[in-house]
Design a protein around this ligand. Structure first.
Ligand code: WTA
Length: 654
């Protein structure tokens, strides 16, 4: 792969047509950006009017980044309802317009077009069902569903009655599901019989059954019929959604929520410990998701917009459901995978539904690029106007292929950098405002002040042509507010290393033109196919196996996945390495966490490189995994330097 730096030279200015159509051109960007920084209260006060308030806010921003007393409040005295903003307020003007186009896994099954009026009815019914199961304002509901319209109904239904949802990606294992149900003390889990994906079926209900064995016996399970596959049933605990929906009332009054009431919890990986529950609240989140969806993708009335993410990730929350629906957009929801039945599926769906904005992950682009151009070229992509990427840095080869083969050189690519924690895009080129550079997230969104800090001293590095860790100077409305049940962890994770800033965990370069390039995580988080994973999670899964004494996990460059999972495993004295054991450990990790955490490489390590104080030197392990041991750096502090020679000698990634 070419490094991003090598591709600096070439820029791609937007066409005159793109500029003319865009909500924001270069001059407007400059003006709005300056205004957003010089007077955030005025700027965000104005933007707050994008959405409907029951009781309008009189305060805008109330924020302190001071470690020990971090607080983040936006629009704090306003009240609103998110589902009313995504549904009710559109009914008069666009009740018959399609809100959600649902494209099923199997292309031979019919797609669904769900109008705003229908989405409103479905959401109300789901809300009434949840209420009948005893869910009340402030209660938690776990959603463990495939990419079906009911996932959107469930999210919006929770928002409607003021329940807090926590979505668990359908690829997670029963253990991971149980941890998340217990972590937020959920009252109800919403699942489906099975999740079809790429022609295969995941038994969601039986996963939920297995998870619920480890949860309080008061937790109820609401089951959506997707395939009609066999499930076991426990009367009094399990409830049939489809049957209840026939009886449920078509209207449910939206609850009046405070702007700072939690909207959802979403677990994400960090550099230490188990995943943490990122908490987003109601008012600021919706303002930010809605504004970024409209401006970044230059969404216009009547456009068909498709974000290929899963609602199990933050991208699905902000850019399949909340952002687009708040804007009255038509949003496409896809149940399948890019390569089923073959590598033209994405492009066939674009053709079939005349998609205008298409938003996906670099890992999908790389995988499809490897299949050859004919899969793209046989489809009519003439409606595409904007392309987007998210989740990891995009290498220039993939960017160029996306631009030329998919976009035919006429679609700006928005390389959106953001995080579960940020609620929406923090840096991205805007289609009509910036000349794009392949691999660069370019410019901050309105209200975002990125700073590059020296990693050691924490001092701000001024000027251009510099590199360091990326922090953000001040808050924006979509920022996470806390870690569920652990505000101390929130402060420690994001506000303690670099005092007075929000620490992103990413490294970054500001080039000679002042444009930003994300260089990847500087902590122990890895990014596997755009899925964020803490190496500590995989390590703790490995050491939970009886044969494993110790494990260290690092990322290494992987052609398709971006990063792969490389595990160094030290066995118990009485255990011998074998191929069977290696297979067993792989399956073990999949069972503990889920298939996305499946180790790519396992290397038996008789010992791990440690400092004399017993700290594992991951820097060295990363180098070995990368096959780069010319630059192992200082190994003199190692307790036993011979360990390193052994690891190099027996490395698994030759
Ligand atoms: C990485 C996904 C480079 C980054 C929305 C970040 C990116 C982490 C980009 C968050 C991008 C996301 N270019 N890197 N355009 N977008 N990342 O929480 O390391 O799943 O910190 O949120 O993904 O991943 P998360």
């Amino acid at each position: 792969m070419t490094t991003a730096a090598q591709a600096d030279a070439k820029t791609y200015p937007p066409s005159a047509e793109t500029v003319a159509r865009a909500h924001v051109d270069a001059a407007k960007y400059a003006d709005m950006y300056a205004a957003s920084i010089s007077d955030p209260d005025a700027f965000w006060g104005e933007q707050g009017k994008r959405i409907d308030w029951i009781k309008p806010f009189t305060q805008v921003k109330d924020v302190s980044y001071e470690f020990g007393s971090v607080k983040i409040n936006w629009y704090a005295d306003g009240t609103l309802n998110v589902s009313a903003n995504c549904l009710d307020r559109h009914l008069k003007t666009r009740g018959d317009q399609t809100a959600i186009i649902w494209e099923p896994d199997d292309p031979n099954d019919p797609a669904q077009h769900i109008s705003y009026a229908e989405l409103h009815r479905r959401t109300c019914r789901m809300a009434n069902i949840l209420e009948s199961l005893g869910v009340r304002k402030g209660d938690r509901v776990v959603i463990y569903l495939p990419m079906i319209p009911e996932a959107a109904y469930a999210m919006l239904a929770c928002a409607r009655i003021g329940a807090i949802h926590s979505i668990v990606f359908a690829g997670f294992s029963p253990d991971a599901l149980a941890a998340r149900i217990n972590g937020c003390d959920a009252k109800v889990v919403i699942t489906a019989d099975e999740a079809p994906r790429g022609g295969r079926k995941t038994p969601l209900k039986s996963n939920a059954d297995a998870a619920l064995l480890h949860c309080k016996d008061t937790v109820k399970c609401l089951v959506v019929k997707r395939t009609g596959g066999q499930t076991t049933w426990i009367d009094g605990r399990d409830f049939d959604y489809n049957e209840m929906a026939l009886e449920a009332d078509d209207y449910c009054a939206p609850a009046e929520m405070n702007a700072e009431d939690p909207l959802f919890i979403l677990y994400t990986s960090g550099s230490t410990g188990q995943p943490k529950g990122v908490v987003h609240t109601t008012g600021g989140y919706l303002v930010y998701a809605s504004m970024t969806q409209e401006i970044t993708f230059d969404y216009h009335e009547g456009d068909v917009y498709w974000c290929t993410a899963d609602v199990g990730w933050v991208t699905g929350h902000s850019y399949i459901v909340y952002g687009p629906l708040a804007n009255g957009a038509t949003t496409l929801m896809f149940e399948g995978v890019p390569t089923y039945p073959d590598a033209s599926r994405f492009w066939q769906v674009c053709e079939k539904h005349k998609v205008n904005q298409f938003y996906t992950a670099p890992t999908a682009i790389r995988a499809l690029m490897g299949q050859g151009n004919e899969f793209v070229e046989k489809c009519d992509l003439s409606d595409l106007r904007i392309l987007g990427t998210v989740g990891e840095p995009i290498n220039p080869e993939a960017w160029t292929w996306y631009n030329e083969v998919v976009g035919k050189g006429k679609c700006p690519i928005v390389d959106t950098w953001w995080q579960t924690e940020t609620g929406g895009h923090l840096m991205t080129p805007l289609p009509g405002a910036h000349a794009m550079k392949p691999g660069s997230a370019m410019k901050p969104f309105f209200g975002i002040e990125p700073v590059v800090l020296d990693p050691q001293s924490g001092v701000e590095i001024e000027g251009n042509g510099v590199e360091g860790v990326l922090c953000i100077k001040d808050s924006w409305p979509g920022q996470m507010r806390t870690v569920w049940g652990d505000h101390e962890r929130f402060e420690k994770t994001y506000f303690s290393d670099y005092k007075g800033y929000y620490f992103t965990g990413d490294g970054c370069r500001r080039d000679e033109d002042g444009d930003y390039w994300i260089t990847g995580r500087v902590d122990d988080v890895i990014n596997v196919s755009g899925h964020r994973m803490g190496t500590a999670e995989v390590e703790s899964a490995l050491v939970a196996h009886a044969a494993v004494a110790e494990a260290a996990v690092v990322g290494y460059p992987h052609e398709i996945k971006g990063q792969g999972i490389y595990c160094y495993v030290t066995l118990m004295n009485d255990r011998e390495p074998s191929d069977e054991l290696m297979k067993e450990l792989r399956t073990w990790v999949r069972t503990e966490i889920g298939p996305i955490a499946s180790p790519d490489v396992i290397q038996w390590a008789p010992g791990l490189p440690k400092t004399r104080s017993g700290k594992i030197m991951r820097r060295i392990l990363r180098k070995i995994a990368e096959n780069d041991f010319g630059s192992l750096g200082d190994t003199s502090t190692l307790a036993d330097p011979s360990v390193v020679e052994d690891l190099i000698e027996n490395r698994a990634n030759k």
